[in-house]
Design a protein around this ligand. Structure first.
Ligand SMILES: NC(=O)c1ccc[n+]([C@@H]2O[C@H](COP(=O)([O-])OP(=O)(O)OC[C@H]3O[C@@H](n4cnc5c(N)ncnc54)[C@H](O)[C@@H]3O)[C@@H](O)[C@H]2O)c1
Length: 263
């Protein structure tokens, strides 16, 4: 039997939004595994806190303060890191944000702002990284979408469609890029205890989520990071591409006991 595990693991993995929440947990896990990581994050405060947190792996982690919506900055930045001996082999698109606003109150400026980061930021970075991977032997790209991109959670008329776009983009990219040894997969987190979720979810909303999730709790960023690491590593997922995996305590597949609700 022949399997394709020839996709490279040695090299750099880029994690957008890597200075907080799910992205930060991915950075920590990869560093623990001895992988080199480049954190792209627009928040100087979050980067400073992450650097303090991750000093133990200081030599493995580089940080760049960058807004991923600044398309013109992407190619020059990648050119500084991508080398023949240490190519970019992984990309995790975790930078993103959302708002809980009723459809009737959501204006086009909010839709544009969310799509600019969640969709165009991930799209442009993925395209530039894939161009490099195509010539350097392949790699793995993971989009961080959301369960709100799979079903109609209330208050998510801007955020949900942005994440649904990433789900479909995963399928198209995986289809087009397979011939270059590039695998593309997608994680859909349910409620995860991160600074983003805690700032958006009131106590009442947190209770609604806990009742709607069969495991009756929020997930931890580390639990999402483990699933992302599985997709990144060709040793564990060489024949896995185009997949959409919910990491959600059972939320998406729940039936009548866990009534779907706001949040
Ligand atoms: N936490 C949850 O419950 C949950 C659920 C489903 C999906 N998600 C998704 O997971 C991803 C990570 O969320 P989190 O909860 O870890 O959030 P977080 O706010 O804790 O971390 C997000 C990081 O992304 C950075 N960022 C935001 N916009 C950026 C930009 N334009 N350029 C560069 N960096 C930027 C922020 O500075 C921050 O450090 C997001 O895409 C989010 O939509 C989160």
């Amino acid at each position: 039997m022949q399997t394709n595990t020839s996709q490279p693991t040695a090299g750099i993995t880029i994690v957008t939004g890597g200075a907080s929440g799910i992205g930060l947990a991915v950075v920590q896990l990869l560093a623990k595994l001895g992988r080199r990581v480049l954190v792209l994050d627009h928040s100087a405060d979050n980067i400073a806190a992450a650097q303090k947190n991750l000093t133990q792996w200081g030599e493995l982690i580089a940080y760049e303060q960058m807004d991923i919506t600044q398309e013109a900055l992407i190619a020059p930045l990648l050119a500084r890191y991508h080398t023949a001996t240490e190519p970019i082999v992984g990309l995790v698109n975790s930078a993103g944000f959302g708002r809980d606003i009723a459809f009737l109150d959501t204006d086009s400026a909010m839709v544009r702002a969310i799509f600019e980061v969640n969709v165009l930021g991930a799209f442009n970075l993925s395209r530039e990284v894939a161009r490099l991977m195509k010539d350097s032997g392949g790699g793995a790209i993971v989009h961080v979408a959301s369960v709100s991109g799979l079903i109609g959670n209330k208050g998510r008329s801007a955020y949900g469609p942005s994440k649904a776009a990433l789900v479909n983009l995963t399928q198209i990219m995986s289809n087009e890029l397979a011939e270059y040894g590039i695998r593309v997969n997608c994680i859909c987190p349910g409620p995860i205890e991160t600074p983003l979720a805690m700032s958006v979810h009131s106590d009442a909303v947190q209770n609604i989520w806990k009742n709607a999730v069969p495991q009756r709790r929020y997930g931890q960023p580390e639990e999402v990071a483990q699933a992302i690491a599985f997709f990144l590593n060709p040793q564990t997922s060489s024949y896995v591409t185009g997949q959409i995996l919910s990491v959600d305590g059972g939320f998406i597949s729940a039936g009548i006991e866990s009534a779907r609700s706001v949040a």
